[in-house]
Design a protein around this ligand. Structure first.
Ligand code: PMP
Length: 392
């Protein structure tokens, strides 16, 4: 008799044939801008540790202190008994940092997006979501049950048309990434904020790749663009530039209290591990007090992007900041290019469908302050050689 799981074997075989099967890689050790995988020491250009804080001794020490204080895990959901003084301090600190009335922590950025959207809207409402939004935003929209309008990437006219049609809905919610994670471009937030006010909609911005990276104080793309709409809801993650783990939402107290009551991904999930809270607390101080880190990071990104474009590599022209995609198209060629880079000592992500649309497989470079100038220079030169052989 066939195995009851035969169907999965067939499907995996098809993924393999299409160059879309994902393999597991174990990082056996990691440090400031490097990692070790399958016995190779690699410069790590595949992580989101944009400011190089994940291995920073100050964050390590903070996390150790929290372990000594309360142990490793939070033991229960925040609503039951998992919420410690570390959570309280971090929520207050995040609210102050983001100049918001209040903040709420979630176990991850993914959980923050899913739980927040699903708690905000339901069948009586309309949610408008950019076609290139992160999976967590899409999943939140789907889970909410709200009428979902998928908008062509950054198409303001389509947003406007759909908002007009949604006049009869109880609530309208616009959902967008601040920085699009696979393309590195920024959302048209000024226009979206104007539409949100005109059509009495909430505007939810996922600042996952914006926090710590954009805006003078590192509050993200909303700060960069000067967005202060009354209906603004900002979601962030502590797992990228902040160098720790966890998600958060900032906004008015009433919104935060509602999410505390209704956001199922934090009500029914164990609270964030206290050492992550402690590390994030330390990171927020550093991010706020050292704007020169962001200036240095952006100089580095502008320089690398210009070199790749000058060399004729297919880098989308709207990309800005530390995410630099090189769109190769074919998944197999993309994986091959990533493998050559790997053998040369550089870890660069090969991103394939379904993470990105068909025929847009790409190498996705994440720059960080953890790298040395020499590492960045060597990666850029090698990438130019490798991508030229894989792009027509
Ligand atoms: N939003 C975006 C745009 C992301 O890229 C990610 C992480 N890949 C998330 C949310 C989820 O954040 P976390 O990793 O903290 O779950």
């Amino acid at each position: 008799m066939d195995s009851p799981f035969r169907w999965f074997e067939d499907q995996l075989q098809r993924l393999e044939e299409d160059g879309l099967r994902r393999t597991r890689r174990s990082v056996t050790s990691t440090g400031h801008g490097w990692c070790r995988i399958d016995g190779h020491s690699l410069c790590d250009f595949a992580s989101n540790d944009y400011l190089g804080l994940a291995a920073d001794p100050r964050l390590r020490k903070a996390a150790h202190d929290a372990v000594d204080d309360v142990g490793t895990g939070a033991r229960a959901s925040p609503l039951v008994s998992g919420r410690t003084d570390w959570h309280d301090q971090l929520e207050k600190r995040l609210a102050r940092f983001e100049e918001a009335e209040a903040a709420l922590l979630f176990p991850t950025g993914y959980a923050a997006n899913v739980g927040t959207i699903a708690a905000l809207v339901d069948e009586q409402d309309v949610v408008l979501t950019d076609r290139l939004n992160h999976a967590s935003l899409i999943d939140g929209c789907r889970l909410s049950g709200a009428r979902m309008r998928v908008i062509r990437h950054a198409d303001i006219e389509q947003y406007e048309r759909e908002l007009k049609k949604a006049a009869d809905a109880r609530h309208r919610l616009i959902v967008t990434d601040g920085v699009f994670s696979m393309d590195g471009d920024l959302a048209p937030l000024v226009e979206l904020a104007e539409l949100a006010e005109r059509f009495d909609a909430w505007l939810l911005v996922d600042e996952a790749h914006g926090t710590g990276v954009f805006g003078h104080h590192g509050r993200g793309v909303c700060e960069l663009r000067g967005i202060h709409s009354p209906g603004l809801i900002r979601v962030g993650t502590l797992s990228k530039a902040v160098g720790a783990q966890g998600g958060f939402v900032v906004g008015p107290q009433s919104l935060i209290d509602w999410l505390w009551n209704r956001a199922r991904t934090q009500v029914f999930s164990t609270a964030l591990a206290p050492p992550c809270c402690a590390a994030a607390l330390r990171a927020i101080d550093i991010i706020e007090q050292t704007p020169e880190m962001r200036i240095r990071l952006h100089h580095r990104c502008d320089d690398v992007r210009a070199r790749l474009i000058d060399a004729g590599l297919p880098v989308p022209e709207n990309a800005t900041g530390p995410i630099i995609p090189v769109v190769i198209g074919d998944p197999q060629k993309t994986v091959r290019a990533a493998q050559v880079l790997f053998e040369d000592g550089f870890f660069v992500a090969a991103i394939r469908p379904p993470t990105v649309p068909r025929n847009t497989a790409r190498l996705r470079l994440s720059l960080s302050l953890a790298h040395s100038d020499d590492d960045v220079d060597a990666l850029t030169s090698t990438l130019i050689d490798v991508a030229r052989t894989e792009t027509p």
